[in-house]
Design a protein around this ligand. Sequence first.
Ligand code: PLP
Length: 377
Amino acid sequence: MRRKTKMVHGGITGDERTGAVSVPIYQVSTYKQPEAGKHTGYEYSRTGNPTRHALETVIAELENGTHGFAFASGMAAINAVMMLLKAGDHVVLTDDVYGGTYRLTTKVLNHMNLTHSFVDTSDPNAVEKAIQPNTKILYIETPTNPLLKVTDLNKMKQLAEKHDLLLVVDNTFATPYIQLPLDFGADIVLHSATKYIGGHSDVVAGLVVVQDDQLAERIHFIQNSAGAILGPQDSWLLLRGIKTLGLRMEAIEKNANKIATFLDQHENVTKVYYPGLKQHQDHVLASKQAAGYGGMIAFDVGSSEKADQVLSKVKYFTLAESLGAVESLISIPARMTHASIPKDRREELGITDGLIRLSIGIEDIEDLIEDLSQALV
Ligand SMILES: *Cc1c(COP(=O)(O)O)cnc(C)c1O
């Protein structure tokens, strides 16, 4: 099956008993057992639920993995993966990682005596230097948020193998439609499914996919023990979102390419970050390891006053956190998604006060460009 067909026909489709074409929402907590201690595959919905199972099956297929797990949010998924660690273990993470991941690592997991180093993972030498004898996980986000830096997955796999680390990739920005980290040897792929996979700004969810049976058993044990599962209704919304993921990504990327080019030529824009632009520092690598460049663009207008002016003038870009939906969104990372990162650290990373992030939607491109045009004068 090719990519878009898999999104429609992959996993478990419909309901055998009734012929329903859509997987039913099994809004149920417990299941009748034929006798004590025996069950028919489902016993309690924290452990397993048929609607969630259908979602977990299709995401595993889309990521070329064998086991999928659905969580109550992207952060719950990331936290579950970190629960594979033991006190005293160390994690190496991408430096401009999602703000919530930074917060979880530095303000919650540190209390469990889990230590961490943030490095520019687009520089393999810096990664190798950061690896310690107690490092257990190499945690990559690529492309990154919001500067869209790209990390070489092949090189990360080599380092992970050499130092016996689990390679974890947050694939939220790329989606399985354009990037398949498990094919590069990653051990775990995870998503904030709140973003492109859901795609309609109506559900908060997280997904994890692995290939290895033993690792799958450990993740399922954590999912069932800690209990941050996705409910049946939200699982169904993701099943529905996935069917159009390919179509949406194609439309989004077409728009994003045109907008990045427009911004790049605009006199009031000092810098544009989009891996699809030839002059982007990681354009060649992005072209090599992904089938596209996604729908996220960041650009600098020089100051927070100018950024505010753009925000106040745009009509079709909704000022909101989050990304990856059908409607275009606009945000200022320094004051929104990345506000939990201290200011000096933000500036070190290039997340300036004049940096604007766009999540491109599926609107008519002419409307989006006209809108940005009038906002940038
Ligand atoms: C949003 C996001 C998360 C967190 O996901 P939630 O669903 O909001 O908990 C993690 N990683 C990335 C890259 C994100 O964009």
